[in-house]
Design a protein around this ligand. Structure first.
Ligand code: NAI
Ligand code: MG
Length: 355
């Protein structure tokens, strides 16, 4: 079958890692008798430069009309001082929100040989395999009121953390279902000792949990979760949390695996296409230098095949290629041990195609 994928290369290293991912995806599809039609569209700074809007309507329509969206990354110094509505980051938030992609799945699995590249102890890292389910379209990143004002004669900034029962319910269902496909342990992370929004979160997750008696539910405060992720990350299997806490904890979990350049994510909706993208940003510090690690992007394409397009065999081929290349010792700079030889983004792409 032909799968319609909207491709959003975005900014910085985005176009470099996209080129690798598409070539590998095409090859893996061919081997399984699957074909893709890739429609490229603009997002982020590139879209702002071309149209004045970081998420143009044409991009929304291309995305809504496809089977899945494959996004690289957005942002860069160049656009940092624009007003909020024009910022690349706003384009990304609007993309996820317009497709109602409310559930962000971020797996973090330690690849034994890569653990050395991180500064944490090997015995703490070995066997880490966790999944963070982050609520993506609500909470403090979208809550109203927000803005700037004045208090006692000085300027203030404010944002609102707010969740409705139904918003918590739907993310809880995704998390319990995901936990069922893993080791049936779910940790819900909140700050219920201080925040009302977290008290509601905890109440609703507990209520939904009654429908999943086979999943062991526990609750943890976010500060403790941040600590346990470093101290004893193996104690976690599936975690579910709000937009803000999930943003921070998933980047923390990312570092357990040795590199942001290795981590894929899926943002899934109950109806329309999902958005599949690496966890990392546009890495403006290395953009255009053929230094980017394309593996998170390739693994995001694999998640897309499995969770968005229903072609797990192609996903398996992509993941196997990544594993084979890593096993052969080939490394981009971000995952190499100091002093060891490294290859560039394009060469990594060729190695993947060979594998
Ligand atoms: P970043 O993830 O772009 O970079 C952090 C560090 O990791 C940098 O040193 C970078 O070189 C390195 N890195 C990231 N991805 C890599 C890869 N694939 N291969 C090798 N090294 C890699 O985060 P940062 O620096 O905080 O943000 C840079 C820009 O990206 C900002 O404009 C930010 O808003 C945007 N951003 C976009 C995201 C997205 O598109 N989903 C997510 C996070 C940040
Ligand atoms: Mg982040």
């Amino acid at each position: 079958a032909a799968h319609r994928v909207t491709v959003l290369p975005g900014d910085g290293i985005g176009p470099e890692i996209t080129a690798v991912a598409l070539s590998v995806l095409e090859a893996a599809g061919q081997a399984e008798g699957e074909t893709f039609t890739f429609t490229e569209a603009l997002i982020g700074g590139a879209a702002y430069d071309a149209t004045g809007d970081p998420y143009p309507d044409a991009t929304y329509r291309a995305c809504a009309d496809s089977d899945a969206v494959l996004l690289a990354a957005i942002g860069g110094y160049k656009w940092d001082s624009l007003p909020s509505a024009s910022k690349p980051e706003t384009g990304l938030l609007r993309l996820r929100s317009s497709l109602n992609a409310f559930a962000n799945l971020r797996p973090a699995k330690v690849i034994p040989d890569l653990a050395d590249a991180s500064s944490l102890k090997r015995e703490v890292l070995e066997g880490v395999d966790l999944l963070i389910v982050r609520e993506l379209v609500g909470g403090i990143y979208f809550g109203q009121p927000r803005g700037f004002g004045e208090r006692d004669g000085e300027k203030v900034g404010f944002s609102t953390d707010i969740y409705s029962e139904s918003e918590v319910e739907r993310i809880a269902h995704v998390a319990f279902k995901a936990a069922r496909t893993r080791s049936r342990r779910l940790t819900s992370v909140d700050k219920a000792n201080v925040l009302e929004v977290s008290q509601l979160w905890r109440e609703v997750v507990t209520r939904v949990g009654a429908e999943y008696p086979d999943v062991e539910l526990s609750h943890m405060y976010v500060d403790n979760a941040a600590m346990q992720l470093i101290r004893n990350p193996r104690s976690f299997d599936t975690l579910v949390t709000s937009n803000l806490f999930g943003d921070i904890l998933s980047d923390e979990a990312a570092m357990l695996t040795g590199s942001l350049g290795m981590l894929p994510s899926a943002s899934i909706s109950n109806d329309g296409p999902g958005v599949f993208e690496p966890v990392h940003g546009s890495a403006p510090d290395i953009a255009g230098q053929d230094k980017a690690n394309p593996l998170a992007m390739v693994l995001s394409a694999a998640l897309m095949c499995r969770h968005g397009l229903g072609i797990p065999a192609v996903a398996g081929r992509l993941e196997a290629a990544v594993a084979a290349v890593l096993a052969s010792g080939v490394r981009t700079g971000d995952i190499a041990q100091p002093g060891k030889q490294t290859i560039g983004c394009k060469a990594m792409g060729r190695a993947l195609l060979e594998a």
